[in-house]
Design a protein around this ligand. Structure first.
Ligand SMILES: [Ca+2]
Ligand SMILES: [Ca+2]
Length: 179
């Protein structure tokens, strides 16, 4: 696969994970469900759950506005690709907001580090086993010092949605390394 194909394959996985209703296109209800499920998994308090759900709504608005019709997998892929090309402000208003919410939820003691225990919450109730999940943790730990910082997490998610690689980051965001 060339890099365009790899990117499209990654985005197709993201589409699948977000498509909670299993229909051929995404809807605002899918995004609401995804936000709720993720908030439950991370044991979010009401404020953090609301932050995540608002972030998902913000991203949904971007996608909907771009697609100008049903958000099929192709429309989704194009919207994300062009959104990434649109620059920092666009990112910060969409996916970046979700990353902020996830970071606030995952880094429960607010020390700037997502511990292995914090990280494993992302996979609670999924088919992923702990060893596989922790493999992802080590990939996200970009400087390989054994600790995943919030900054490494931000960087990895951004790489997932841009043209670069980092499969594990997507798994993290999608909450399922086996997706
Ligand atoms: Ca922490
Ligand atoms: Ca590190």
């Amino acid at each position: 696969m060339n890099s365009v194909d790899i990117r499209n394959a990654k985005l197709a996985l993201a589409f699948q994970a977000l498509n909670t209703s299993g229909s051929g296109y995404l809807s605002s209800a899918d995004f609401e469900t995804y936000a709720k499920t993720t908030a439950d998994r991370l044991h979010c308090d009401a404020e953090r759950a609301r932050e995540l759900s608002e972030a998902m709504r913000a991203w949904w608005r971007q996608l909907e506005e771009h697609a100008k019709g049903p958000v099929t997998v192709i429309a989704f892929t194009n919207a994300v690709r062009e959104g990434m090309d649109a620059g920092d402000a666009h990112y910060d208003q969409g996916i970046g907001k979700i990353v902020d919410a996830l970071v606030h939820a995952a880094d429960r003691n607010g020390d700037g580090i997502i511990s292995e225990q914090d990280y494993l919450l992302f996979f609670e109730g999924t088919a992923a086993d702990e060893a596989t999940a922790l493999e992802g943790y080590r990939k996200l730990d970009l400087n390989a010092d054994g600790v995943l910082t919030v900054e490494e997490f931000r960087k990895a998610v951004r790489q997932f949605y841009s043209a670069e690689g980092v499969e594990a980051a997507g798994s993290f965001l999608l909450g399922n390394p086996l997706a």
